[in-house]
Design a protein around this ligand. Structure first.
Ligand code: C5P
Length: 239
């Protein structure tokens, strides 16, 4: 039996205040078991907000995308350990020594996620910063570093799941942002997939923000996405 749509959906709370974040978390609780706190909200409201979101009943993905020298990253992971977040992200492009330091510092109940190539990036973005590898190759290369260093999960586009499963196996959790309903606005995301496509490809968790949080009615938008995930989970469950 696969995890339910609610267990797999992570809402990106990309808002600027505690009041907006808590209101969204409460409104969207029937649809998503996970709330993601990113740099905007964490910078504005600080660690207390993690506890406040936990009190709504949600699991928390603290999306800090750590990238620094190994010691700084490891000490930051220790600070996060006291916050009762269930997931924390770091950039795999920080390299193996940094990732190993983070893994060594993480408590067992904190799932460390390695970000590969941001879903807002494409091959031109990589070329601009001097990376000549194509996106898929770079995603797989970074994921392999993560797997070798004992990371718990990988963040990538759902488009890369087949290659990732081949490279790192079934045990790592695959978390996929860049989720858009067919025909809806892409915003700054480039490597997008629909909820159904991401589930069919084998994503463990789907991250979505603006399609729900910026919708005229977030409940209607969330319901649509959950229905699409449910239909697809049901179908893949029978296979
Ligand atoms: O609004 P939207 O659905 O584009 O939000 C996606 C969220 O996922 C944002 O909070 C963004 O920071 C995050 N994210 C991403 N790509 C990654 C990792 C995280 O878009 N590779």
């Amino acid at each position: 039996m696969k995890a339910s749509a609610r267990d797999r959906l992570i809402i990106a709370l990309d808002v600027g205040t505690r009041a907006e974040a808590i209101s969204l978390a409460l409104t969207l609780a029937p649809f998503a078991g996970w709330m993601k706190i990113g740099l905007q909200l964490f910078t504005a409201e600080g660690p207390d907000l993690v506890r406040a979101i936990r009190e709504t009943g949600a699991n928390v993905f603290l999306d800090l995308k750590l990238y620094d020298i190994p010691n700084t990253v490891a000490r930051t992971v220790e600070s996060v350990a006291g916050l009762d977040a269930q997931m924390l992200s770091l950039h795999l492009s920080g390299g193996g020594e940094m990732v190993r330091a983070a893994v060594a510092a993480a408590p067992e109940d904190l799932l460390l996620l390695g970000v590969t190539v941001l879903t807002s990036a494409n091959s031109e973005t990589l070329r601009e910063v001097g990376m000549l590898e194509d996106v898929l190759r770079q995603v797989v290369r970074l994921a392999e570093i993560g797997a070798d260093c004992g990371i718990g999960g990988i963040v990538a586009s759902a488009r890369e799941i087949a290659a990732l499963r081949k490279a790192v196996g079934e045990s790592l959790k695959l978390v996929t942002p860049g989720i858009r309903l067919r025909g809806s606005e892409e915003h700054d995301q480039k490597r997008i997939m629909t909820p159904a496509e991401a589930i069919a490809a084998g994503a463990d968790y789907l991250v979505t923000g603006r399609p729900i949080t910026a919708a005229p009615d977030p409940i209607i938008a969330a319901r649509k996405i959950v229905e699409e995930i449910e239909t697809c989970v049901f179908r893949t469950d029978r296979d």
